[in-house]
Design a protein around this ligand. Sequence first.
Ligand SMILES: NC(=O)c1ccc[n+]([C@@H]2O[C@H](COP(=O)([O-])OP(=O)(O)OC[C@H]3O[C@@H](n4cnc5c(N)ncnc54)[C@H](O)[C@@H]3O)[C@@H](O)[C@H]2O)c1
Ligand SMILES: [Zn+2]
Length: 362
Amino acid sequence: MRKIKVRLGNNSYEIYIGSGILSKVGYWLKEKGFIGKIVIITNPIAKELHGDTLQEALIRENFDVVLLLVPDGEEQKSLETAARLYEELSNFGAERLTPILALGGGVIGDLAGFVAATYLRGVPLVQIPTTLLAQVDSSIGGKVAIDYNKLKNRIGAFYQPKLVVTDITTLQTLPAQEISDGLAETIKYAVIRDKQFFTYLEQNLDKIKSLDNVALEEVIFKSAKIKAEIVEKDEKDLGLRNILNYGHTVGHAIETASDFKVRHGQAVAIGMVTEGRISNMLGILSRSDLIRLRNLIKKADLPVEISNLNVNKVIQAIKHDKKIFKGKIRFILPKSIGSVFISDEVTLELIERVLVGRYEEA
Ligand SMILES: NC(=O)c1ccc[n+]([C@@H]2O[C@H](COP(=O)([O-])OP(=O)(O)OC[C@H]3O[C@@H](n4cnc5c(N)ncnc54)[C@H](O)[C@@H]3O)[C@@H](O)[C@H]2O)c1
Ligand SMILES: [Zn+2]
């Protein structure tokens, strides 16, 4: 098992990454001084696959366990579901020191995290992510949220967990599309921060896609470490954490323009290539790096171009989403593989040219 320490003063915590470690959660929580009541928040899919293992691990250490079920799906990140969970926590007699364990993907992590942050002004939170995206991204960094009025993550908080337990074996049942979604974020980390990791991904992507445990552990460890290091330097998203938005400016606009029919990972993949092309057009990212980027994204079974999407709608969404100053928009762009820069030089016209394919790679 590997450990990553996220250093945030009083809010510091560890991420444990390994195979078959769900069965140790009870022991670790006892070690951390928790006793008595404990709450698992999960959905029917994660419960069916891993609920018993987790519950047994907790009962073995004499915890008084209740499992609260939330239906599957993004629409559960709602005030209504949160309200129902507050009610159930209250009925169970959950107290200030009763931990909430979020067992599932990013939806459960964000929702249970939001409930943990607000119930009794905050109860201990433990993230137990079971999707690749949740393991490399959403379980780390303390952003918890629900959606409101169709606006994603509109109501939320920064609320760090006490522990993150990432059991790699949970990914064995994850559909290929979900693996690709997580890989989009992983490729993002490599591009913004770590050239060697990018090369590792190029060389090992087949193993990762076939869910080889050794390769998965390496990828999750490296990704989680990069995210943790960025979060340590900018917990509240006031500066450096911005670089995690690489691929996401265009990506979010594609999600919006498609009415969320294009999946997040796919949108970010197209966003990363588009933003790479913009950098190339500005004379920064080399053609060879751009080609490596595009090839790796393709190899991860992610799209690199928009098909059947109205470019105008994407442009409108960017305009709506972003501050425009003198006709230009701030972008996080790749400088070379392994590093990014902030550009204030990107015009809407340039974005449009890149999106409709009227560009030539320099
Ligand atoms: N807090 C953050 O920093 C942050 C970062 C990125 C994304 N997010 C949020 O994360 C959410 C997306 O997370 P996601 O991609 O994990 O989606 P998800 O939670 O909906 O999970 C995807 C699907 O996989 C299923 N699943 C979960 N574990 C499984 C397993 N082991 N085997 C088989 N199926 C399994 C889920 O039930 C679901 O159907 C979004 O709401 C997004 O806003 C948050
Ligand atoms: Zn993302």
